[in-house]
Design a protein around this ligand. Structure first.
Ligand code: SIN
Length: 290
């Protein structure tokens, strides 16, 4: 375990922000230990809520440890049956890029599973095999994205509802490449699942408001066509992913990231063609956005 670097508000763990807007590295916690002292867990949880995504290095984790860490925050969310790996946890998602792959999983800004009525609270990703360089993950703070909008825009968005769907993902999987921007209508034609969520959601634990639309899942604004929705949605996507709201995590083997889907978006860099990357992920069940 590395040296502890302590933030004054934390007595049992070290917490070091990795950027001004989002993300903190946690020190002094061994996730493989069967028991986590309640005061340590309280601080890890507090750091998670404060920083939207937390990172741990040098963790020896098998799938049992990964699942046990996830369960400390709530019930795990199982994958749909066709995504489950026989003999493994039904909640285990294997995120793998083979050297010949053109696409990576999570290639554009999104929050996980917003096409479901009850999207996941957060995801825990563990690095097993990494390319020699590249394969970072980016995160963007959606509290800041909301709070930096003008009062007029906030007023327009508060109470607005968006329709989220899985068309863009299904189309990408079928065609083996990302649909080009401006083909949102065509992607919508692929959708098989839809859910409606407020464009601005209130975090159930912090009470803070966060922007909640993302280019991977948001199909349109409710009661509008896909085309009518695009100018506002495209503005929000660009605003929500401004560099000053982001951090970029450089993985090492045995690193862990745990992000909060209720206030953070993320994106996996597709910049390591010809290399293998293997990550294991579990998801914690969430609540319906309000
Ligand atoms: C994801 O969960 O969206 C993938 C993130 C990553 O592989 O870096």
């Amino acid at each position: 375990m590395r040296d502890k670097k302590r933030d004054m508000d934390y007595k049992h763990i070290g917490v070091r922000p990795v950027a001004g807007a989002i993300g903190a590295e946690i020190f002094g916690v061994d996730l493989a230990e069967e028991e986590m002292a309640p005061e340590v867990f309280e601080e890890v949880h507090r750091a998670f809520l404060e920083h939207c995504v937390i990172f741990f290095r040098d963790q020896a984790m098998d799938d049992d440890v990964l699942a046990r860490f996830g369960r400390r925050f709530g019930e795990l969310a199982p994958l749909p049956p066709h995504r489950q790996v026989p003999g493994k946890y039904p909640e285990l998602l294997i995120v793998e890029t083979q050297p010949e792959d053109k696409m990576v999983f999570g290639w554009e800004w999104h929050t996980d599973t917003s096409h479901l009525e009850t999207p996941t609270l957060g995801s825990i990703l563990y690095a097993k095999i990494l390319p020699p360089v590249g394969g970072d993950t980016m995160f963007a703070n959606q509290y800041l994205a909301y709070e930096t909008l003008s009062d007029g825009m906030k007023e327009l968005l508060d109470g607005m509802v968006a329709v989220h769907a899985n068309g863009r993902i299904l189309r990408t999987l079928a065609e083996g490449q990302t649909p080009t921007p401006g083909t949102e209508s065509a992607s919508a034609g692929w959708s098989k699942m839809w859910a409606e969520h407020p464009v601005v959601r209130t975090h159930p634990e912090t009470g803070r408001k966060a922007l909640y639309v993302n280019e991977m899942h948001t199909e349109r604004l409710k009661d509008m066509t896909v085309e009518e929705s695009q100018p506002l949605l495209q503005f929000l996507y660009a605003h929500a992913s401004k560099p000053e709201f982001t951090c970029r995590f450089k993985w090492e083997v045995n690193s862990v990231a745990f992000w909060d889907n209720r206030c953070a978006m993320h994106l996996a860099m597709n910049d390591y063609p010809g290399h293998h990357r293997l990550m294991h992920r579990v998801q914690v069940k969430g609540t319906r956005p309000v």
